[in-house]
Design a protein around this ligand. Structure first.
Ligand code: 13P
Length: 254
């Protein structure tokens, strides 16, 4: 299998620009030494230009946490793909916190994904079921719908660039990570088949599927031991330099 692992840190609404510079400075030297893993940090928008300058030539990528699908205009408070592209290579789309608190839907995810693809950004599309859905056995149904509606109409020629992050909502920020076995099952038996149906078997094999939800330095290796887990989208632990470096090291495929 030739998929190179990807580890992305989603800082959410944490760190000022000055704090972001400090955080990156404490870990960039160690991160850049780790070969054969794509490394990405996704700070709040306002810290992005400062980090872009700091990370130039480091091999560490920069990602935004959201985007607006329109190119420009009267959309107060929004940020377009051109603005993101000036500094970033990646963008997170459809994070469960945006779905839960900011009205993100599969339809808006789809519009944002089309905009990101058109701009040449690497989208990290988040999917995952809530605790209720998990407990009532609806994981496969929910995740399948999020994939088929969220990725609808994507040109299969460029689709291998897409990254999917499976983040069960019940595992985010709770300290209760999914087991590696359960995450791999969803990746292998739900997400890849849904991707294959939509974008073809070859794309489904090429697309990286990350796991996210309470990933730490202590449990990371368990996830990365599974063949269908191609990396991690890390929240809380990405704000701790030693943890994030350790998680990234664990993602190197042997
Ligand atoms: P935690 O790692 O803090 O659980 O957050 C996961 C997440 O939401 C990453 O996008």
């Amino acid at each position: 299998m030739s998929r190179i692992s990807l580890v992305a840190g989603n800082w959410k609404m944490n760190r000022t620009a000055a704090e972001a510079r400090e955080l990156v400075s404490t870990m960039s030297a160690k991160l850049r030494e780790i070969a054969n893993v794509e490394k990405v940090v996704c700070p709040p928008f306002i810290a992005i230009p400062a980090l872009a300058a700091l990370l130039e030539g480091s091999g560490i990528g920069l990602g935004a946490q959201n985007l607006h699908w329109e190119a420009k205009g009267a959309f107060t408070g929004e940020v377009s793909t051109d603005m993101i592209k000036e500094f970033c290579q990646y963008v997170i789309i459809g994070h469960s916190e945006r779905r839960a608190y900011f009205g993100e839907t599969d339809e808006s995810v789809n519009r944002k994904l089309h905009a990101a693809m058109k701009a040449g950004l690497t989208p990290i599309v988040c999917v995952g079921e809530t605790l209720d859905q998990y407990e009532s056995g609806k994981t496969a149904e929910v995740v399948r719908r999020q994939i088929s509606a969220g990725l609808a109409g994507i040109d299969s020629a460029a689709a291998a660039r897409i990254v999917v992050a499976y983040e069960p909502v019940w595992a985010i920020g709770t300290g209760k990570a999914s087991s590696g076995e359960n995450a791999n099952h969803v990746h292998q038996d739900v997400i890849r088949p849904a991707l294959a149906e939509l974008l073809g078997a070859e794309n489904a094999q090429a697309i990286r599927i990350l796991y996210g939800g309470s990933v730490t330095a202590s449990n990371a290796a368990e996830f990365f031991a599974y063949p269908d887990i191609d990396g991690a989208l890390v929240g809380g632990a990405s704000l701790k330099p030693d943890e994030f470096v350790a998680i990234t090291k664990a993602a190197v495929r042997s």
